[in-house]
Design a protein around this ligand. Sequence first.
Ligand code: PHE
Ligand code: NA
Length: 441
Amino acid sequence: MAQRETWATRTGFILAAVGSAVGLGNIWRFPFVTGEGGGAAFLVVYLLFIALVGFPAILAEFVVGRRTERNPVGALLEYGGNAWKYVGGIFIVTGFVILSYYSVIAGWFIRYAGEGLRGSYADHIASYDGDPELMFDTLAVGLDAFILHTVFMVLTVGIVALGIRKGIELAVKVMVPAIIVLLLGLAVWAYTLPGAGGGYEYYLSPDFGVIADNWVELLPAAAGQAFFTLSLGMGVMITYASYLGKDRNLAKDGGMIIGFDTGIAFLTGLVVFPIMWAGDLTDPGEGGPGEIFVALTQAFAEISGGQFLGLLFFATVAIAALSSAISLLEVVTSYAIDEYGVERWKAAAGMGGAIYLLGVPVTYDLVFLDLLDLFADAILLVFGALMLSILVGWIAPQMAVDELEKGIGELGSIGTLWIWAIRVPIIIVLVVSLYLGIVDY
Ligand code: PHE
Ligand code: NA
């Protein structure tokens, strides 16, 4: 391997990690998974998972990456011994599968940005008889979806092939504040809509009976979403932390990344659910992958300046998706470079091409989307996270605590608490989720 790079600026790492974390998981996936989970009850379970599982788990990936300064396969081999490289291999497969459909969905966002540019939200809704769900189903597959999937993968491969870190850092610096401002504006506007109240009720006032009755579905869905949204369970955070200086306070960085990611997901819910209720769409469990498009197209068709806002919003999300897609392809690519000595551009193009092909069926039938998303999220991600928890919690905990203490200082009983959080509760949650996920699949 050539000399290891480190992040150019102190904020480079945070920006890249936030860029990876903030993406379609927050804006596309979060609202519909919340809808399928019954709204507020899901939100409560999800937030608990982020704090109690996501935070300790992101730290586990950080310490393994920074300790070994390697890609996921090499990192696990060095941290745990020879057999662990296969777990690293699973990480690579997970990234491969996720990116294949992630790109198709990013293509939808580009498409809806284009509709804003053309000024056609209202026309579209009218031409589908005021039925935005039908509109989404019609637009989601077909030639356009195929072309935009192609465009998005070419962009992703191009950036990773060039290895432009400046490009990523700059994009994230502009993109994260832009998303927050746009979502805040939309949330305030949604609040003024007549009929929006039911949406808040659904999203914010949990019925704990729902949790008790549905935990078999809620648990794996919330765990899967927590890992997906934080880019965990497939080595992104290992890879990004492998470029990190020893003086960083990993707990602080992790907290910040999680704060941004959770805040943006939560805000998205404050936009989507009130708008849906105001538009008389009161069964978000039915919305599925089209939910965000359905709700927002309806909104943008109505509000003044909606075309422009829509263009801005969907384009920003597409850029957020790009910075996540880059992190996914970077893991797969760095593996090919490190393990097989392939040149960077060849690795990016070869892996990107194969990932692209796996995504193509999704542009013909959304059944493939459900299949791939469930498989990658409820099974592969959770399994990867489980193995890493066993490694850090049981096999080599002292190494983890030592590494975390660099840049923080003596952790004492807090370090012990962290390791025990990984050892028992997190592992139990992951085993149960994995079991339920497999049964469900
Ligand atoms: N965290 C990203 C999102 O929320 C998705 C992702 C998952 C990216 C896993 C990298 C690795 O959109
Ligand atoms: Na996310």
